[in-house]
Design a protein around this ligand. Structure first.
Ligand SMILES: C[S@@+](CC[C@H](N)C(=O)[O-])C[C@H]1O[C@@H](n2cnc3c(N)ncnc32)[C@H](O)[C@@H]1O
Length: 244
């Protein structure tokens, strides 16, 4: 991939490669020290700052786009779990979204600074009226891409965390099926063991190709991956599913 070449190491560094070491300060927990050390030595963090992206996560969708050709100029995109805005920034640039003609709609329950060309909704996506608000923000148009980087804060209880993430992915997938144009794409963050057999099966029925992606910007030591479904088959006029 272009980015992994540019970075040489694909953005992954072993502890021995670390250039900046952070001493544990009084009152700072070891986990925080490790996090700080990792941030300071992360080439994606430096690149995000240099290129004006709000998050290192921006490179995950950038790399998936470079590899799988998700975006084209003029496409409409929905970004679920958009804060602080890296994915929306990448999408707005790739589709040529402008404040006069916005093509990207993002939603998050956190506050976000405005992004030119992006309509931002401050809202919990799991609330019943969220899908209708997103559809209204799309101005009655169907979307070409629905992407979700949403994740709940973990509770520490594995089974609960698993169920919560599966639920988020399922409602994101239902929404995608409702708003996508034929040919559209769906991208969602999943965690290892997080993509339920049933959900995969459902997506395979609705999309021509469904696969998992682990972009180089996604940390190797994280169980995070992305579920990518491309080539939405569309929904019949009577609301029935289109099948093979
Ligand atoms: C990893 S961050 C997204 C980073 C983003 N892709 C970027 O590049 O800046 C995940 C986001 O999902 C949001 N989120 C999680 N659950 C959500 C929900 N139910 N409704 C709206 N946003 C949600 C969180 O608030 C958080 O900002």
């Amino acid at each position: 991939m272009a980015n992994s070449k540019a970075l040489g190491t694909g953005g992954r560094k072993s502890a021995r490669d670390l250039k900046i070491r952070v001493k544990t300060a009084k009152g700072r927990k070891i986990a925080s020290t490790k996090w700080l050390e990792r941030q300071l030595n992360d080439p994606y963090v430096a690149r995000a700052r240099a290129e004006g992206y709000r998050s290192r996560a921006a490179f995950k969708i950038k790399e998936m786009d470079e590899r799988h050709k998700l975006f084209k100029r003029g496409m409409r995109v929905v970004d679920l779990g958009a804060a602080p805005g890296g994915w929306s920034q990448v999408a707005a640039k790739a589709v040529g979204s402008t404040p006069e003609h916005p093509l990207v709609v993002g939603i998050d329950y956190l506050d976000m600074d405005p992004i030119p060309g992006v309509i931002l909704l401050k809202k919990d996506f799991t609330e019943d009226d969220a899908p209708a608000m997103l559809e209204a923000a799309l101005g009655g148009h169907k979307a070409d891409v629905v992407m979700s980087d949403m994740a709940w804060p973990t509770t520490g209880h594995r089974a609960t965390d698993h169920l919560r993430i599966v639920h988020l992915i399922e409602i994101a997938a239902d929404f995608a099926i409702q708003v996508l144009k034929p040919g559209g794409s769906f991208v969602a963050k999943v965690f290892q063991g997080g993509t339920e057999h049933e959900l995969l099966h459902m997506l395979k029925r609705h999309f021509r190709s469904t696969f998992h992606a682990k972009p180089p910007a996604s940390r190797a030591d994280s169980s995070e991956a992305y579920l990518v479904a491309m080539g939405f088959k569309g929904v019949e006029e009577d609301g029935g599913d289109v099948d093979d």
